[in-house]
Design a protein around this ligand. Structure first.
Ligand code: AVJ
Length: 323
């Protein structure tokens, strides 16, 4: 018997456009210019990211899948979890192996996918409830910087944050987020975190400047999002994709570079934005970690790493931490 999914919806109506307007007003009038990566993932952007994950040069998705496939049983046994919470769940592809392993271990009662997109979440919840009879799927539509405290933490929960998404956060945001995770966690809770590891620059550059140009399409699509959502008049041929390695922050830095001096009207945000020739707009960072670095940051939030697994090639890590 399938248990019908339930939902908590914390984000309503025009929340997205309002947040975008705020960011455009502050981020595009500042110097250097920057926006957060969340705007990259409209329907087209999500499709392009999916294509990126299938590129031979883009190792993180397959590497993490390998870890989850080989360690899922161990994770289920070790934690004894009755609840799996997945932050930024999207279509919950990443958690399939985990859910199957938890099914087998026989203790999982509840799955809580957490995402900003109500539509994606409802779709995923319906499929998962069908696939795992007896599992209560409780979807939460929210922003994990704001609504983590509202996620149920009773019983024995595992809070999963996979896909190297933590790499998108700046150091201060990471510290704040780990603090919020630690606050949410009880002594019985576990934190399952996926991180990308520091590796030679040529591999990173190949993954973020792929020869097929899919990553370039992905970052340039941001300008389509601004054109559509805010009635802006970005000319995509006036910008190019730039992916570089920032050794000081051990992160890939993805930017759009203006090929000429130009002015863009962003009607929906009531601003005009000037770009100089060669001026860059940062659209995403992708931080790479060492095991020591991520362990120290978690420790600073009061969390202790109990397990740390990598894929065979040692490209990405998945760790299990507790209070
Ligand atoms: C989805 C944030 C993990 O940082 O590797 C891939 C996004 N951007 N190629 C990453 C991304 C360009 C990706 N994350």
């Amino acid at each position: 018997h399938a248990v019908p999914p339930t939902f908590d919806v914390h984000l309503h109506g025009d929340w997205r456009v309002r947040a975008l307007i705020d960011e455009v007003r502050s981020g595009l009038t500042a110097s250097p210019k920057q926006l957060t990566p969340r705007w990259l993932y409209d329907d087209r952007g999500s499709e392009l990211f999916d294509e990126i994950t299938r590129l031979p040069e883009y190792y993180p998705t397959e590497a993490e899948r390998e870890i989850l496939l080989t360690r899922a049983g161990e994770i289920a046994e070790r934690t004894g979890a009755d609840t799996l919470v997945e932050l930024g769940s999207g279509t919950s592809d990443k958690t399939r192996a985990l859910l199957d392993a938890f099914d087998e271990a026989g203790r999982l009662r509840r799955f809580v996918p957490f995402d900003v997109s109500e539509q994606t979440l409802k779709y995923a919840a319906a499929i998962l409830a069908e696939r795992h009879p007896g599992l209560h799927v409780h979807g939460v539509v929210g922003d994990f910087h704001e609504h983590l405290a509202d996620v149920p933490n009773d019983g024995v929960p595992v809070l999963a944050f996979l896909g190297s998404t933590i790499g998108n956060f700046y150091p201060d945001e990471r510290a704040r987020f780990f603090g919020e995770v630690a606050d949410w966690m009880t002594d019985d809770a576990w934190f399952l975190l996926g991180v990308d590891l520091v590796k030679p620059i040529d591999r990173l550059m190949a993954a973020y400047n792929d020869p097929a140009g899919i990553t370039a399409q992905f970052t340039l699509n941001l300008l389509n999002v601004l054109n559509r959502e805010l009635a802006a008049d970005f000319d995509l041929s006036g910008f190019e994709h730039v992916g570089m390695w920032d050794p000081n922050h051990t992160r890939v830095d993805l930017r759009l570079r203006s090929l000429r001096e130009q002015s863009v009207a962003i009607i929906g945000a009531e601003v005009d934005v000037e770009f100089g020739e060669g001026e860059e707009l940062r659209v995403e960072i992708s931080t790479k970690f060492t095991r020591e670095q991520i362990g120290a940051e978690l420790a600073a939030a009061g969390l202790v790493v109990e397990e740390f697994w990598t894929d065979t090639a040692g490209d990405v890590g998945v760790l299990l931490a507790r209070r």
